[in-house]
Design a protein around this ligand. Sequence first.
Ligand code: ZN
Length: 279
Amino acid sequence: MPRHIVCLTVDFDALSPFVARGLVSPSALSRGEFSLVGADRLLRLFKHHGVRSTWFTPGVEIDTYPDMARRVVDEGHEMAHHGYTHRPPNTIGRAEEESELVRGNEAIARLTGRRARGYRSPSWELSPQSIELLLRHGFDYESSLMGHDYLPYHARLGDVISADQPPRFGPPTRLVEMPISWTLDDFPHFEYLRLPNSLQPGLMSARAVMENWLDDFLYMVQTADWGVLTYTFHPFVIGRGHRIMMLERLIERMKEGGAVFLRMDEAVDEFLARRAAAA
Ligand SMILES: [Zn+2]
């Protein structure tokens, strides 16, 4: 019996991605503050449609907005790790990277009573030591890589990459990779962002983006008996009225197409159970 899983994931970034980019004016921070409005709208939408989701949340946001973080957990969603601050691991060095893992897990444990099972790196950048650190700190899955669109796989450890030789791939680990894609992320499509050396125009038509997002689901349905398609939303981006309306239409269309909405930890467990049964 075919089974097509959809993970709606929320990166609950409020002030932290702006602070991490050095954008600390009251104007910039107010953009992040809109996350509380967006998070409320997402939670009400998910409740209305019976959708369980996963919220990758920097520890600093849990400490800044404990009431909203508590509500996410109380409403049945998974709280997962997204660093403590929002600084990407490939920019901070090994010791800081490990400290971020520890502090983020402490914030999640204060909230839920247990460490996170899943990790997603800020800005989807891993360092060469990230997989090793995630294994050492007991994570079950990772969701920052793009090696497939709808099939989970096992993250490799110890790839050797050089400019003048073919790559030497390390062995797969027990860490499950739940792949993502910029095309299934709201941020590049919608968020207008001006930095000193770059401009992200964003502000796309929500209807046009929805057609792409729906077609990726329909392609999985056409081509696979089982798969997990992961979408990534930021409350301060998707939370605007016309985008929330689009997201509701997308959920309805995917339901008509037989989508099963799961938390990412649930999808990971199903992937591992299928692997075990097939072995
Ligand atoms: Zn983020």
